[in-house]
Design a protein around this ligand. Structure first.
Ligand SMILES: [Fe+2]
Ligand SMILES: [Fe+2]
Length: 216
């Protein structure tokens, strides 16, 4: 199918306003979930030390979801094929659930979001735009690789969470399943395999993000 022309200036201004609205919603905590949080009924973890560990891990995941909102927002802005844009928007709506669940969980653990979230949002939005500019095949490939790396990261956190933090675990398990589906959708729509150095650079960026959001 032929790719459609890039958006006109008028459409671009319109789209930029929507993108600004998405940024404000994500960063202010106003994003709401369409699906109920999969969290457990009990209020673990019991020990204050474990609650601190859980809060730090969930802060990292919340920042990851802030980045996901920004990436999808930037990518959707420049997507060429309508079905690609629709897939990005579908996935972004599930990412909004993740964001709201993580935010909600942070509140239950008495913790705040990372102070650096606006910075990560801006950087991720720029990466989303860059991958969108590269065209749908690369943008979808970038999406699939991001989702693979997030899925792998979530597996790690599922092991690191305190044993009695059933709520965070239920949330991360649902997120991992959703991310797997997003990645598969990106590949099914024709996502290209990214060059190894790009994948490595993405891993480094995500390590910087997870390392700082754990503490700040
Ligand atoms: Fe997510
Ligand atoms: Fe995802």
């Amino acid at each position: 199918m032929p790719e459609r022309a890039p958006p006109s200036l008028f459409n671009l201004v319109d789209a930029l306003l929507i993108a600004a609205d998405e940024a404000l919603r994500s960063l202010s905590g106003a994003a709401t979930a369409a699906r109920p949080s999969p969290r457990a009924a009990d209020d673990g973890p019991a020990s204050p030390e474990d609650r601190t560990v859980s809060a730090r891990l969930m802060r990292v995941n919340h920042t990851g979801e802030i980045c996901a909102q920004a990436l999808y927002s930037g990518q959707a802005l420049l997507a060429r094929r309508p079905e690609v844009r629709a897939a990005l928007q579908r996935a972004a709506s599930e990412e909004r659930d993740h964001l709201a669940w993580c935010r909600d969980r942070l509140g239950q653990l008495g913790a705040r979001a990372s102070l650096l979230d606006p910075l990560w949002y801006a950087g991720s939005f720029g990466m989303g735009l860059a991958s969108g500019l590269a065209g749908d095949r690369w943008s979808l490939g970038f999406l699939a690789e991001t989702e693979d790396q997030v899925e792998h990261h979530l597996e790690g956190h599922l092991h690191r969470l305190p044993a009695d933090d059933r709520s965070s675990r239920a949330i991360l398990a649902q997120m991992r399943d959703d991310e797997g589906r997003h990645g598969a959708a990106g590949r099914a729509l024709g996502g290209a395999e990214l060059p190894a150095p790009v994948k490595a650079a993405m891993r480094i960026a995500s390590r910087v993000m997870t390392g700082t959001a754990y503490w700040v």
